[in-house]
Design a protein around this ligand. Structure first.
Ligand SMILES: [Zn+2]
Length: 229
């Protein structure tokens, strides 16, 4: 099966394995020419031009930890840039996501939110493993809320709120992914694991642990209810 994706520039459908868009020629190497610098490594807050208020990671520690605890396989990064007029935040995000060093293991399950503070535009980029399960429409409200907060200078509120929203949105995305993987057994190893506290914890009563006498003693005297023939 050939996975399809739409070209960032002209929106034509292209095979995901294609090196360049057959219609407009857009490619990763073109992006590398547009952004001719070294990409920073992916981390919770990527702030190459030092525009983010200092100490923000401390404020985000709790919601970030909660997100990672729920879905350990998925990681999230925020990148803040001030792009010159005419540059696309989507293309920047695509370049950063694919050229950031040291992310080869985790990139497939990464989610990157890139914010251009000059244009106010946001871009959501996800790894290939996560991408098929994200419904862009369901992220729209959270992205708009984040943009509004950042526009008002409410960094902590905006980012912490987005992390909380992400936990819910990614949880449902991962449920879909798990169901998908169960339906396609061969891909099961690709399914993200969700840590959900007691939901998956069962405490089975092992029959062998119950002494036979005690079992008999507690036998109900009335006829057992049977279902079906
Ligand atoms: Zn194109």
């Amino acid at each position: 099966m050939v996975r399809r994706a739409s070209c960032l520039r002209c929106r034509t459908e292209v095979a995901e394995s294609a090196k360049a868009c057959g219609t407009c020629g857009f490619s990763l190497s073109l992006c590398e020419a547009i952004f001719p610098f070294e990409a920073p490594p992916l981390s919770l807050v990527i702030d190459p031009s030092r525009v983010v208020p200092p100490g923000i990671e401390k404020h985000l520690a709790r919601p970030y930890k909660a997100l990672r605890k729920r879905i350990p396989q998925v990681d999230i990064c925020f990148c803040f840039v001030q792009l010159q007029h005419g540059y696309s935040v989507e293309e920047f995000a695509f370049w950063l996501f694919n050229t950031a060093p040291g992310a080869d293991q985790s990139r497939a399950w990464n989610l990157l939110v890139t914010v251009d503070l000059l244009s106010g535009q946001l871009s959501l980029t996800s790894g290939y493993a996560l991408e098929p399960f994200l419904v862009p429409e369901s992220w729209e409200a959270s992205l708009q809320e984040l943009a509004a907060c950042l526009g008002d200078g409410q960094w902590n509120e905006g980012l912490a709120g987005f992390l909380r929203d992400s936990r819910d949105l990614l949880s449902s995305a991962c449920y879909v992914a798990r169901r998908h993987a169960q339906a396609h057994q061969d891909a099961q190893s690709e399914a993200p694991r969700i840590s959900e506290g007691s939901q998956y914890v069962t405490s089975p009563v092992r029959p062998s642990c119950i002494p036979p006498e005690q079992k008999e003693h507690h036998q109900p005297t009335k006829e057992p209810i049977t279902t079906g023939p």
